[in-house]
Design a protein around this ligand. Structure first.
Ligand code: PGA
Length: 229
């Protein structure tokens, strides 16, 4: 069975308290499913990556470690600059204290913050400098993917936050194209993924997981998504 990535993109949702509640519920679901989830739960073969706001990365990391949850953390963005005099920015070196992954080039950042190919390339460079794995988002198969990116998320604009996902067939074809053209090993699908449709994407041969926005906010929905296999 191929290894799957389940990435939760919480966007600007959840306070510290709400995040703790979410982790507690996920932790309860895991305990109910199997007394020793790490040994048997299918996620032991897969990667669960939660990407909250910077403000709660530290608290989430502590909770995950204390409770030995099989969850890794990612940030939703990274500064294109190294540490230094860049007011308001969060550098890759700072993120690396708490997370192993970072989402770069999400369509909401490209459109709301005018992030262009040059800036995104710098962000990827910084992530790699500090050993953060970029999850690089593209909304079309012909978009620029910086060198060395190992995980790409294909998220068509019409599907993000709309309730209208791409077809699994088209997503699979796009994933195959990206793997061949950009020499990327792992391609995820994102855009209106739900507990009902997740399997139709992950069953496709070239799709290695999903990037989930809205459906990741509810512990029950996200747990159904990660345990569907
Ligand atoms: P959605 O968001 O699942 O709510 O469509 C996906 C994303 O923006 O990454």
């Amino acid at each position: 069975m191929k290894k799957l990535f389940f990435v939760a993109n919480w966007k600007s949702h959840k306070t510290e308290y709400e995040a703790k509640e979410w982790l507690e519920e996920i932790s309860n679901f895991l305990a109910e499913q199997d007394p020793a989830p790490q040994d048997k739960f299918p996620i032991s073969n897969n990667s669960i990556i939660v990407c909250p706001s910077f403000t709660i990365l530290s608290k989430m990391q502590s909770y995950i470690i204390q409770n030995s949850l099989p969850i890794e953390l990612g940030a939703q963005d990274v500064s294109p600059f190294d540490e230094g005099n860049y007011t308001g920015e969060v550098s890759a070196k700072q993120i690396k204290e708490f997370a192993n992954y970072v989402i770069i080039g999400h369509s909401e950042r490209r459109s709301n913050f005018s992030e262009n190919d040059h800036i995104l390339e710098q962000k990827v460079y910084m992530a790699q400098k500090y050993n953060l794995t970029p999850i690089f988002c593209v909304s079309r198969k012909d978009m620029v993917i910086p060198k060395g990116v190992s995980i790409v998320a294909y998220e068509p604009l019409f599907a993000v936050g709309s309730g209208n996902p791409d077809t699994p067939e088209n997503a699979n074809e796009t994933a195959m194209f990206i793997k061949t053209q950009a020499h990327v090993s792992t391609v995820l699908y994102g855009g209106s993924v739900t507990s009902q449709n997740v399997a139709s994407f992950t069953n496709m041969p070239h799709i290695d997981g999903v990037l989930v926005g809205r459906a990741s906010l509810t512990p029950q929905d996200f747990f159904t998504i990660i345990s569907h296999v």
